[in-house]
Design a protein around this ligand. Structure first.
Ligand code: CS2
Length: 480
């Protein structure tokens, strides 16, 4: 087998069905994307590629890595090409994706990033920076200006390197406003309810808290020319494994350092409130709607909510992947029970929760996918606040019982006390809730306070019920 690298020169040698849907040489950088990870490459980049191919419009993406310069270099070495493998229960399908035309590292390439954010030709910015990338305060939902990373960016020269995406975006958009460049839409593609409003708020908060003398004018111009549409993105994309790399080389015949794999299913629902030209993603099945909330809450609470529950319960049971949990006798039951418990909190105009749960069971069971519980369990403090707590709060306020969410919460609590606790931006504060002499219900209460959920922490019936679940979980028993 050839060990040649994947790059533009290698494309003509690939079989027709392996080549990109567009000729990347014909695309222009008109979308800037923050967050260069596997999810973006398997989701928005694929929609953009098909939108460009089907419309003939030259929509290319410059991807910006907030931290990892390694991925940027690896992408550049491949002329920003990489392969996407669709993992179906009955086999794989691999092809090269061609919409990414540039890769930049956010801090070292700060000037180039800002130049793109000012360019009239760039009219869309998208983001996949995970929940923690927004630096939201747990108490207000606005920008946490006291966090070290944000405070450092507020004090730094906005033309130089910055550490947070919110800071870079605010600085770049400010430069765009000063230059009088045309309107632009900035699209959060992260798993948060009201992600458009949430992003608008932290960016505006950054400008407001900055020492820039023209900050008021910038805020005024931004409210006229920068739209922040809400979106719901969906595709299960596990982190790429060594085995995926080997499989990609075998499928392509050339070496690809950055392959991604995902399930066949994908969905993108966008709020139809763009104020500037955008790729016609609807040509690849994206849905433009006046209000994404029904889709957003259904996806967050049923799919992501079940995912997190399976991650913590599965870890307690000694399992490693989502497919493992679905092979256990409690996996499917847990998904269906959680969906049923949470469904009274979903808006009436959304997808049918029972049919949605049926689909989830099939998607989670896909034996061709190896989705690690550890990956999903990471950053729980910023995930479960979106996925479980709003539903838990609403159900309890309505006097409805919440046994499945209690069990899930107990599994998360249990995980925070383990030596191998999942990675989390609040890891220190979470670990500090565990004292040798602390009563279990006290620990649960303290953990909920770290999440900013003082109301739930004060719900004695809840903290008691969660604490009662801990002994069985410690013994690796999932009792549902
Ligand atoms: C997962 C999501 O890692 C996680 O937290 O729940 O990445 C999930 O796979 C996607 O949102 C599916 O669209």
């Amino acid at each position: 087998m050839s060990a040649d690298a994947l790059n533009r020169a290698a494309l003509p040698r690939l079989a027709e069905e392996l080549r990109p849907a567009v000729d990347p040489a014909e695309l222009r950088p008109r979308v800037v994307h923050f967050g260069i990870g596997a999810f973006h490459r398997a989701h928005q980049a694929v929609y953009t590629e098909h939108a460009a191919a089907r419309s003939g419009e030259p929509w290319g993406i410059t991807a910006v890595a907030p931290r990892s310069t390694e991925t940027v270099h690896a992408l550049r070495r491949q002329d920003c090409l990489y392969s996407v493998t669709e993992r179906r229960p009955d086999g794989h399908r691999t092809r090269v994706a061609g919409a990414v035309v540039g890769a930049l590292a956010m801090a070292p390439d700060a000037k180039a990033v800002d130049a793109l954010l000012v360019a009239p030709e760039v009219t869309v910015v998208t983001l996949t920076v995970t929940e923690k990338g927004y630096h939201r305060s747990t108490s207000t939902g606005g920008l946490d200006t006291a966090s070290a990373a944000v405070a450092a960016d507020l004090a730094a020269d906005p033309d130089g390197p910055l550490g947070t995406v919110v800071g870079r975006l605010a600085a770049g958009l400010a430069a765009r406003m000063r230059a009088g460049a045309p309107p632009i839409s900035v699209v959060s593609c992260d798993n948060m309810a009201g992600n458009g409003v949430a992003l608008a708020r932290v960016v505006h908060d950054f400008v407001r808290a900055s020492p820039w003398p023209d900050r008021t004018e910038i805020l005024d111009r931004m409210s006229d020319t920068v739209a922040f549409p809400a979106t719901v993105v969906d595709r299960i994309v596990p982190a790429t494994s060594d085995a995926d790399q080997v499989a990609a080389v075998a499928a392509l015949g050339v070496h690809d350092a950055l392959p991604v794999t995902g399930e066949p299913y994908r969905q993108w629902v966008l709020e139809d409130s763009f104020t500037a030209p955008r790729p016609p993603w609807e040509l690849d099945g994206a849905l433009f709607v006046p209000d994404v909330a029904p889709y957003q809450l259904t996806k967050l609470r049923l799919l992501n909510g079940s995912h997190s529950a399976l991650a913590y319960l599965g870890t307690a049971a000694g399992l490693a992947t989502i497919a493992d949990t679905m092979a256990a006798d409690w996996g499917e039951r847990l998904v269906r029970a959680l969906c049923a418990e949470v469904s009274p909190t979903l808006p009436a105009r959304g997808p049918d929760p029972v049919a949605y749960a049926d689909d989830l069971v099939v998607r989670f069971r896909n034996p061709a996918m190896r989705h690690l519980l550890r990956q999903i369990g990471a950053d729980g403090s910023v995930k479960i606040t979106e996925r479980w707590l709003p539903a838990l709060r609403e159900l309890r306020t309505r006097g409805l019982s919440t046994p499945v969410l209690e069990l899930a919460l107990a599994a998360w609590v249990h995980g925070t006390g383990r030596d191998d606790a999942p990675a989390d931006p609040a890891a220190g504060a979470l670990a500090a809730c565990w004292g040798p002499a602390t009563r279990p219900a006290e620990t649960v209460r303290a953990l909920l306070r770290v999440l900013g959920a003082a109301d739930l922490a004060d719900d004695d019936a809840l903290t008691g019920a969660v604490a009662d679940r801990l002994p069985a979980l410690r013994a690796g028993r999932i009792e549902i």
